[in-house]
Design a protein around this ligand. Structure first.
Ligand code: SF4
Ligand code: SF4
Length: 506
């Protein structure tokens, strides 16, 4: 039974509707992603060792990352929707149906923050962008970790609590222009099975009858016969309950809820971009969620800083300050400690201290109306647009100057495997925009300034909403942090940046 149509629902479009409703809709979407991942693994292990000529490194570090930020900004968390790492989920889930719940003390974002931090640190320390084999190992590690956690725990623990890519996508999908929503909340009130979260899978067939209101109750009630059986769908793996969803945080856009809902009551709705960021109560007032929102911006700055020349001076200074000399310490250990210090300081300590300091200042200047945790939670969502701007400016740099590199690299890959249909000489001159192209600078500046302005508008709105006539003093410290982040980022992007993963970097 179709309940209501909604013009904001993207699932009205036939292809998306088919993906959302067909039992294997997501699987068909995942297959191309799976093939791409297998190709990255294969070329990473067997292809050219030159990173700029290997599909693994160029695909993962230039094209994938560039596409991720664009897709999050323009559509939503489609990367998680097509993610091939969750493909073993169905098998793993069947193994884990009698499995354990993810430990309670880990049901938060701290492990996710740690895994994103670790990935970005290792990417820099191990020069993953320059190593096809390491990049391939990373993809393999994703498959293994996803399968193991899915097999051992009932919920989608890997996606929700561990995956660094998912953490990045969850954080920035909060700025996206789409969200999962129910079409008619009245239908949910009388829905007995709550299949969107509980699933419709049953080892033995079970039939029940729901009384469902027609047109919000105006058309009376209708009976609907619902069967759960082995062909049923799993409920939401990240344990979101569709009628209560206010945020994209933790939504992988798997559309399992759409498939499971027996009343066709869930849509993938258009919304104002970033609507939830200014909405009171859209996010729980938790330290881990607030820190994640602030952390993704600071670690973005640290990550970009790692690619400009001053980082080498700073590494040297830290090594000297700590008394680490080349005679007594190996260069690898010196770099590990000095780079680790930059990451810990810039990615963890500075944001933690600034956040607590800003929260304390807001409470002091406004008469301590809210707890420190609530104060920080109010302003944390305002950091997302600037953070997205920082990552967009960074990834677009690599993407735009290396956008066509995939053509000669693929051509070369085909030649190495005896396929000469496209000629015998790859055109290595194909790259992208010149590194000093004004367009690259323009895109970076627009992303950064656009993110900053959006963040400031949000912070101002939040401050006015929560503090009324004390809005200006409440906002003061947060505005200073956002301004500082924007200025530091502007300086970083005005410095010459390493052109990783492009032919120019040979
Ligand atoms: S979304 Fe569907 S399955 Fe979930 S409570 Fe509402 S009607 Fe029931
Ligand atoms: S709410 Fe849950 S089931 Fe629905 S699309 Fe998001 S992650 Fe998937």
């Amino acid at each position: 039974m179709r309940t209501t149509t909604n013009k904001r629902d993207l699932l009205r479009w036939p292809v998306l509707r088919w993906i959302g409703q067909h039992r294997y809709g997501r699987l068909y979407l995942q297959i191309p992603f799976l093939l791409a991942a297998l190709l990255l693994i294969y070329d990473g292990f067997t292809g050219p060792s030159n990173a700029a000529r290997n599909l693994s490194t160029v695909g993962a570090w230039v094209h994938y990352r560039g596409i991720v930020v664009l897709v999050l900004l323009l559509a939503g968390n489609i990367i998680c929707m097509g993610c091939p790492f969750t493909l073993p989920r169905t098998l793993a889930k069947k193994l884990s149906l009698r499995g354990r719940r993810w430990p309670r003390f880990l049901r938060n974002k701290w492990l996710a923050v740690a895994s994103l931090f670790l990935l970005l640190f290792l990417y820099e320390y191990l020069d993953m962008w320059a190593s096809p084999a390491l990049t391939a190992w990373l993809v393999v590690a994703y498959f293994v970790a996803s399968f193991v956690l899915e097999a051992f725990f009932k919920e989608s623990a890997f996606c929700k609590y561990v995956c660094p890519i998912g953490t990045f996508n969850f954080a920035f999908s909060t700025a996206s222009p789409t969200q999962i929503e129910v079409k008619d909340p009245q239908v949910c009130k009388t829905c007995v099975g709550k299949e969107c979260i509980n699933g419709s899978y049953a080892a033995a067939s079970v039939v029940r009858v729901d009384q469902i209101p027609i047109n919000g109750g105006a058309g009376g009630m209708a009976e609907k016969r619902i069967e759960h059986n082995r062909r049923g769908t799993l409920g939401c793996g990240t344990e979101l309950f569709a009628p209560q969803i206010k945020s994209n945080m933790d939504c992988t856009l798997c559309l399992d809820c759409v498939r499971a809902c027996p009343h066709d009551n869930i849509g993938w709705m258009r919304r104002t971009p970033g609507r939830e960021l200014g909405q009171r109560g859209a996010w729980p007032a938790r330290w881990d969620i607030s820190f994640l929102a602030i952390f993704v911006g600071f670690i973005g700055i640290v990550n970009a800083f790692g690619m400009i020349p001053p980082v080498y001076d700073l590494l040297q200074s830290i090594a000297s300050f700590l008394g680490m000399s080349a005679e007594r310490w190996s260069p690898a250990l010196i770099e590990f400690i000095a780079l680790g210090a930059i990451f810990v300081l810039g990615g963890l300590l500075i944001p933690a201290v600034l956040t607590l300091g800003a929260g304390w200042m807001t409470r002091t200047l406004t008469g301590r109306r809210h707890s420190l945790r609530h104060t920080v939670a109010h302003f944390a969502p305002a950091f997302i647009p600037l953070a997205l701007g920082i990552w967009t400016a960074h990834y677009m740099f690599h993407f735009l100057i290396g956008i066509w590199t995939v053509v000669p690299i693929t051509h070369n890959f085909l030649l190495e495997h005896g396929i000469t249909a496209f000629g015998t000489r790859p055109d290595w001159s194909l790259g992208g925009l010149p590194v000093d192209s004004p367009l690259v600078g323009l895109v970076q500046t627009v992303a950064l300034m656009g993110g900053f302005l959006w963040s400031m508008i949000l912070a101002n709105r939040i401050s006015t909403r929560e503090y009324g006539r004390d809005a200006v003093p409440a906002l003061f410290a947060w505005a200073l942090i956002l301004l500082g982040m924007a200025l530091v980022s502007l300086w970083i992007f005005s410095e010459p940046m390493e052109m990783r993963g492009t032919i120019l970097f040979d």
